[in-house]
Design a binder for this molecule. Structure first.
Ligand SMILES: NC(=O)c1ccc[n+]([C@@H]2O[C@H](COP(=O)([O-])OP(=O)(O)OC[C@H]3O[C@@H](n4cnc5c(N)ncnc54)[C@H](OP(=O)(O)O)[C@@H]3O)[C@@H](O)[C@H]2O)c1
Length: 187
């Protein structure tokens, strides 16, 4: 009950943030500002699914603003390209890559993985944000119930994309890592 009231009122919790905190406020002290030029240190790279609307769009926009290279993985590449333009309008130095990905299709996930790996980019952050709620009984092209295929199986498979290149740094740096404060990552 108390928690609900705090939530509705937007009162900050132990993290210092509440339900009225914005993504910009939450990331304010976490990541470095956008690099001023291409000679700046290599940025973090994030893949985000479902960035073409809602929470994903906001997350992609704010990460780009904080200097993260954002890979927008979207089934609708036209929508994703429009988002890219909108982000570049706000953050002209942002590095945005658009790749096609339909999470309800194993073939599409495999194709996305191949394309991403061919870019030779590291992967520091994977945000499995995309999700659906299928009201009727629908099946994916792989004959798996659609919500399960999209929200769960796809997210699990996406987690393996980074494993294809074992030399990549881990998602979460230990607190003691000299880089952890700079990259804003904690275990
Ligand atoms: N908003 C809430 O209050 C809330 C509460 C609890 C959990 N969530 C979860 O948080 C996540 C984001 O929520 P939201 O409200 O921002 O969702 P949203 O506005 O409905 O956006 C969903 C995103 O997922 C993408 N997507 C759906 N199916 C896909 C597929 N097969 N392949 C690739 N992309 C696909 C959509 O792409 P298209 O643009 O192509 O449709 C869209 O970009 C979802 O997983 C949702 O279940 C949200």
């Amino acid at each position: 009950m108390k928690g609900t009231v705090r939530y509705l009122a937007g009162i900050a919790g132990p993290s210092g943030f509440g339900s009225k905190s914005t993504a910009q406020q939450v990331t304010q002290h976490c990541l470095p500002p956008p690099p001023p030029s291409s000679s700046s240190p290599t940025p973090l790279t994030a893949i985000i699914t479902g960035a073409t609307s809602g929470i994903g769009e906001e997350t992609a926009t704010v990460l780009a603003k904080r200097g993260v290279r954002v890979v927008i993985a979207a089934r609708d590449v036209n929508k994703a390209s429009r988002l890219k333009q909108s982000i570049l309008h706000q953050s002209p130095d942002a590095q945005i890559v658009v790749l096609e990905l339909d999470l309800s299709s194993f073939a599409s996930i495999a194709s996305f993985s191949r394309q991403f790996l061919s870019l030779g980019l590291p992967l520091h952050i994977l945000i499995n944000n995309a999700g659906i709620y299928s009201r009727g009984l629908e099946f994916s092209e792989d004959k798996i119930e659609m919500t399960f295929a999209t929200n769960y199986l796809a997210a699990a498979i996406m987690g393996h994309v980074r494993m294809l290149r074992p030399s990549w740094p881990p998602f979460c740096m230990p607190r003691s890592s000299p880089d952890s404060s700079r990259q804003g990552m904690q275990k």
